[in-house]
Design a protein around this ligand. Structure first.
Ligand code: PRT
Ligand code: ZN
Length: 284
């Protein structure tokens, strides 16, 4: 049995629960309002916490593993081990300054006041760069600090960048790329490690499947060789005869990022009736 800490409310909360659901893990009926929930079909207990508390809980062993952003783990300086990046909650931690202020490089921050909720990460970075600045820790609405003359610059989470733009700021320095990941307690028993690995195997199957599409197409037999050369499937494609003499049905798996390019080539080579579907799980 292992205990997994996830965010109770916020940007990572729904995605974390959704991921568990896709891994086939069912929870005892809707116990979201409480602090804890148990699974009915997997040796897992869930703890719902504020994300800032997750790294420390995992470090102390109150939870065995946790789903939390890299940014929060680094800021809390908890001694935990990163096990598996999850591909959601992606963002970066950047320095931004008012857009009319000239900025050359990190030394432009010398002697400046920088507002942030990530003082530790910023201090480590500035120390390494040999830059002395005045860090103002604030817990929220960091982006308004330059506008009210509380700071000359900010250091904050950026995702699309629209919050910066609407506050008249420009992003000048990216210090950290972050995403949600599974972190674990440093000293887990072999039994707990086995359960964690089982969970990570399921997560990887779900996440790998998201990168691929399953594709079916009808191909005149004389074009089969050409079509099979275009398809970069995991193995060679499955080919089955159609009721119509002279035609075959071809099944394959293609990567999402090359998808449109390949579809165009297949059409040009004479494929017809293309069907594309999502893949739910994929084990490589
Ligand atoms: O209550 P609790 O403490 O648990 O939650 P929280 O309010 O501290 O965190 P929450 O739910 O806002 O974010 C949780 C985690 O999501 C963060 O620690 C990051 O790892 C990750 N994440 C991903 C983000 C964003 N994207 C993001 N865009 N966290 C915050 N933001 C903020 C950002 O600060 C900015 O002000 O969203 C705003 C909009 O960003 P733009 O650039 O898209 O405009
Ligand atoms: Zn938080």
């Amino acid at each position: 049995m292992i205990t997994l800490a996830i965010q109770k409310k916020g940007r990572l909360a729904e995605k974390s629960l959704e991921l568990l659901e896709h891994c086939g893990i069912r929870l005892k009926n809707g116990s979201r309002d409480k602090l804890k929930a148990a699974s009915v079909n997997f040796p897992l207990d869930l703890l719902f916490l504020r994300d800032d508390d997750i790294p420390r809980c995992v470090e102390d062993g109150i939870a065995d593993i946790g789903i939390v952003g890299d940014n929060v783990v680094l800021e809390t300086r908890a001694s935990v081990e990163r096990v598996l990046p999850l591909g959601f909650g992606k963002c970066r931690l950047s320095v931004a300054v008012p857009k009319q202020i000239p900025y050359a490089d990190i030394r432009s921050l010398e002697g400046k006041r920088i507002a942030t909720s990530y003082s530790n990460i910023l201090r480590d970075y500035l120390d390494k760069a040999g830059v002395q600045a005045d860090i103002h820790p604030i817990s929220g609405s960091v982006e308004i600090a330059p506008g009210i003359n509380m700071a000359d610059a900010i250091f904050d989470i950026v995702s699309t960048g629209s919050t910066l733009i609407s506050n008249g700021l420009k992003e000048v320095e990216t210090i950290l790329e972050s995403e949600a990941a599974i972190y674990r307690h440093r000293d887990l028993s072999p039994e707990k490690l086995a359960v964690m690995n089982k969970l990570c195997f399921r997560i990887q199957s779900v996440n790998t499947a998201k990168d691929y599409k399953y594709i079916l197409l009808n191909v005149p037999n004389e074009k089969l060789d050409e079509i099979c050369r275009i398809l970069p499937g995991m193995k060679s494609p499955t080919i089955m005869p159609l009721g119509d003499a002279g035609w075959s049905s071809v099944h394959s798996v293609i990567k999402e990022d090359t998808f449109w390019e390949i579809i165009e080539q297949l059409k040009a080579a004479g494929a017809q009736g293309l069907l594309v579907t999502d893949i739910e799980k994929m084990i490589l």
